[in-house]
Ligand binder design. Structure first.
Ligand code: GCU
Length: 642
């Protein structure tokens, strides 16, 4: 088979699977037919029975797998659960796990496991690094790319059950009748794989498309427009999921344009979707030019609205309060909304992590957020427990991530970026899986089961996020990227006359005394948005975790760090070790040649070359720039970890 990466992790044995008489199912639905086809093409074990069992309905999309006598019984309340169970046993087979004596129970952590595509109607993708959009709007509804179904299959294999097709910076045209007919075709293809379609909507759509005088959510004509639009959508797509909305952020229209609140806007949409079971995912990524700290704005705007949202509204919150940085403190809005459902938004596409050139495995970043303790309801109030319904009964639970998928042969630009799509899906299904388990599974499925490959490559993946933090923005530095594209370093960026909140100098605040953003009481006091004891822990330079010290404090250059180095020496050491780690990855990868195909080997090798050059570029640019403030020498022989 092709070794261009197009098969993703779905490299089941190419030989024929079991014969039809060894697959026992009742019924003949499109979903069951897919399950049957997967088994007859790839499953080489015992007889499999697929059984719908309504008594398992508390498991939602979950399933059980049991070995009984000479067969495996997969049971679920839903047909999609049966298909998930089939992918589960295929995964066991592919990763060489014994498939006898199985007794497995699976229940998803979240109801809605959703990818957000930032794809535009003209085929470009905002922050996309794997080519143009998969969705061929100009060819639809007549011409259908085979990749639509391949995409759905890949998602179903890891439990992703929802997709937002278009950019949060949404074109009103997305809701035009001709586009909705195209959306319907995609929804029809995705449905048997258990995937529901959602759309990002532009708040000004009624005025732009419908000719209403304005788009004020309290205007009856505007409400009627949305109501009619919802009815039109559901006629075409009866299981349509709902809307994702970016409003009053970065220039997008929203309810505040009419003196209304986010709740007024979200509720208007929620009301028209409610009769059909649709939901509104309202984004908390809001900020506008202001003298105040951008990291505080979402909290300030949303906390006063707690309790005012309908129960089919869920607030979608980026993991950090600034913007998908290599490392951020978690967003203090998590846990702060007590009467409103909250969900996390991650970014799989590596806007701020070397895009499609750097190998950065994101499961550790996702886990870091999910396992962060907010202390909102006492110790142990992790973001995972706050959002999955454990701590607060929620009508809907959801988790989302911005996709990294495009029309490149390997889907994601970098072969290893596939692991981030995979990891998000696996964690959305079960947030207790470890980064290591997921990496091991993915490597085995995607490349080889040879341990001489798995172990070193796994090590490289597991350390790669910290490595990227080290060579880009260690110790809590953030947003010192070049403007616009966000690829390389530009710590000197000072957009005088432009938006200070887009200027790197605003975020690092370097001067002759030190570096870092003071978010304590003497500064923006963003620390006060965290629950005790975190406000104290973060607010005190002695107790603040060092990996966030420059996020919360303006730290003197000669400040003594825990390992005895000065801040300046530590900064030098971190940048330098990031560079050395990437050089080590190159050496590791060079040894991997015998184990895999030459195409993927060479492609990853050449990406690592770029990554190591970039790491040096980051280190030199940042250290030489910061040195102009610290006036301290860059240690000649930086101590390296053993
Ligand atoms: C970032 C990104 C934008 C995007 C925005 C968002 O700022 O650079 O391209 O539109 O996030 O999440 O809305």
């Amino acid at each position: 088979f092709a070794e261009d990466g197009s098969q993703l992790w779905l490299r089941f044995p190419a030989k024929n699977g079991i014969s039809a008489d060894k697959i026992i199912t009742k019924g003949n639905s499109p979903t069951l037919n897919i399950a049957r086809k997967e088994l007859s093409s790839h499953w080489q074990g015992q007889t499999v029975e697929l059984r719908t069992d309504k008594s398992l309905k508390n498991f939602k999309d979950g399933y059980t797998i049991k070995s009984i006598q000479n067969k495996i019984i997969i049971a679920s309340a839903k047909e999609i659960g049966l298909l998930y169970g089939v992918y589960h046993i295929l995964r066991l087979q592919q990763t060489n796990v014994s498939t006898t004596n199985l007794s497995i129970t699976e229940k998803p952590s979240y109801d809605v496991r959703i990818l957000n595509h930032w794809d535009n109607l003209d085929g470009t993708i905002e922050r996309g690094y794997a080519g143009h959009s998969l969705w061929k709007w100009e060819d639809l509804p007549k011409t259908i790319s085979p990749r639509y179904e391949e995409y759905a299959r890949a998602n179903a294999s890891i439990g992703i059950n929802s997709v937002v097709l278009n950019n949060v910076n949404a074109s009103p045209n997305m809701l035009r009748e001709d586009y909705l007919k195209k959306v319907k075709i995609l929804a029809d293809i995705f449905r048997p794989y258990g995937i529901r379609v959602y759309l990002s909507v532009n708040f000004a759509s009624p005025k732009v498309l419908g000719g209403t005088e304005d788009s004020d959510p309290l205007n009856k004509n505007v409400q009627k427009w949305w109501k009619d639009k919802a009815s039109e959508i559901y006629k075409l797509i009866p299981d349509f999921g709902g809307f994702l909305v970016k409003a009053n952020s970065e220039g997008q229209p929203g309810p505040q344009d009419y003196g209304r609140t986010h709740a007024d806007g979200a509720n208007m949409m929620a009301d028209v979707l409610k009769p059909y079971g649709g939901i509104v995912m309202w984004r908390a990524f809001v900020y506008s030019p202001s003298k105040d700290d951008r990291a505080k704005q979402a909290y300030l705007e949303f906390v006063p609205l707690d309790g005012k949202f309908r129960d089919n509204v869920i607030i979608q919150i980026k993991n950090g309060p600034v913007d998908f940085q290599p490392r951020e403190a978690f967003n203090p809005l998590f846990g702060a909304l007590r009467k409103t459902s909250e969900m996390v938004e991650f970014q799989i596409t590596q806007e701020y992590l070397g895009q499609a050139n750097h190998l950065v495995y994101l499961a550790p970043l996702f886990k870091e957020t999910l396992e962060s303790d907010t202390y909102s309801d006492g110790e142990g109030s992790t973001i995972a427990k706050l959002t999955d319904g454990t701590l607060r009964p929620a009508k809907i639970t959801a988790i989302s991530a911005v996709a990294n998928i495009g029309e490149d042969a390997n889907w994601t630009g970098h072969h290893f970026a596939q692991s981030n799509w995979y990891a998000f899906g696996r964690l959305a299904w079960n947030h207790q899986l470890t980064s290591e388990q997921i990496a091991e599974e993915w490597i085995t499925m995607t490349f080889t089961d040879n341990e001489k490959f798995i172990n070193p490559v796994k090590e490289m993946m597991l350390t790669s996020r910290e490595t990227a933090v080290d060579y880009m923005m260690p110790l809590g530095l953030h947003h010192i990227f070049a403007g616009g594209h966000h690829y390389g370093p530009e710590p000197w960026g000072d957009y005088k006359g432009g938006r200070p909140d887009w200027s790197p100098v605003y975020y690092h605040q370097a001067d002759k005394n030190g570096v870092g953003f003071d978010r304590t009481k003497t500064g923006s006091n963003a620390v006060s948005q965290y629950f005790p004891p975190l406000n104290e822990i973060y607010g005190n330079i002695e107790t603040c975790p060092e990996n966030l010290i420059l996020w919360f404090h303006h730290v003197p250059w000669d400040y003594k760090m825990k390992d005895g180095k000065t801040l300046w020496e530590e900064l030098c050491y971190k940048y330098d070790s990031g560079v050395h780690e990437v050089i080590d990855y190159q050496k590791i990868w060079d040894q991997m040649e015998p184990f895999i195909d030459s195409q993927r080997f060479a492609e990853v090798q050449s990406k690592l070359k770029i990554q190591s050059k970039d790491a040096v570029w980051w280190k030199d640019a940042c250290l030489l720039y910061f040195q102009s403030f610290s006036k301290m020498p860059i240690p000649y022989d930086i101590e390296r970890p053993v």
